[in-house]
Ligand binder design. Sequence first.
Ligand SMILES: *Cc1c(COP(=O)(O)O)cnc(C)c1O
Ligand code: SF4
Length: 389
Amino acid sequence: MEGLSISSEPPSCNLAGKLKPELAEFIENPASRPQCWYDWKWQLKNRITSLEVIRELIPLTRREEEGIKRATGRLAMAITPYFFSLIDRQDPKCPIRKQAIPRLEEFSVASCEMIDPCGEDSHAPVPGLVHRYPDRALLIVTDSCAMYCRYCTRKRMVGEEHPPMSIERFEDAYKYIKSKKSIRDVLISGGDPLMMKTEILEHYISRLRSIPHLEIIRIGTRVPVTLPMRVNDELVSMLRKYHPLYLSIHFSHPKEITPEVSTACAKLADAGIPLGSQTVLLKGINDKPSIMKKLMHELLKARVRPYYLYQCDMAMGTSHFRTPVSVGMNIIEELRGHTTGYAVPTFVVDAPGGGGKIPVAPTYLISQAKGKVTLRNYENKIFNYTEPE
Ligand SMILES: *Cc1c(COP(=O)(O)O)cnc(C)c1O
Ligand code: SF4
């Protein structure tokens, strides 16, 4: 891994040269050698990245075998042993498995699909900084993730081809943000910012904090879900120095909220970091209202406030993950009023080509006449509201 120093580890953790049976043993029984399993660098060093290893660990379908073969050398694939251990080996429909293991369908590209579906590259005034909205900017600091989601909207750029954003390139982004007084919010993203060494991440956050007009800093990450052991005391005590700092965590399925993930969220929340969630609506993974409701409830239990539910972007080879927009609207309809208001995220479509996030909600306003509006509630009962003269 670029930019990471691997800690010295007990000899029993060293899998070099005998990966297959040993890794299977670890995945079977993580508690047997916790000093390795709970070391995030061990998890990264032992990620599953090849057909040979996956094949030893689970029976693959023909479409998966073919998908992995085609992805090799073209699209990033890596799965932490931790995330891999959540896969149901007997079930090809397992929601964890479908997110992590390429399938042949990933190589059928629909004519509408794009390399850069949200037009990020065309809205970058300096490399690595996307400035679409006047008051906030998105800073892409690395192309590494702990696990590569098959539906990633930034497929074009993820995959450890490049080292984390260099200090020099960061300085250009920093100067731009400093010169634009209208920017009051910077969202640090990637790849995954928590893949970087804590010192490097701290360097970027502290530089940003020194800009007087920057009110809030946000980090977008999936690491607390795919590599929860990364959320250790060292990281949390660094982050808590830079309040107000918000974290948006990418979750897809209730199965992802394990005791390890709940512990990671609790550490962050205890450090005063407000936690929000982001979820991509995915066919056959979380497109049923009952699964989404369960996910939202589990998030609230883990002290994460649901933030966005995204329509899956038109990235290359995502047709097998995409649903009609009406599926998302129906999910929101089944949540709103039927459960805690905090459990209802905003459903958005990120406009293809770069118009930003557009909320799409079920309509509760039935008609609007002079001085009077007619509304329906979650049970479809009709109500009138009379406006002041
Ligand atoms: C999503 C996004 C943001 C942040 O949007 P919010 O609605 O404020 O969360 C900012 N810039 C870009 C380019 C984005 O894609
Ligand atoms: S964590 Fe985010 S950036 Fe990384 S592969 Fe998944 S969707 Fe893409």
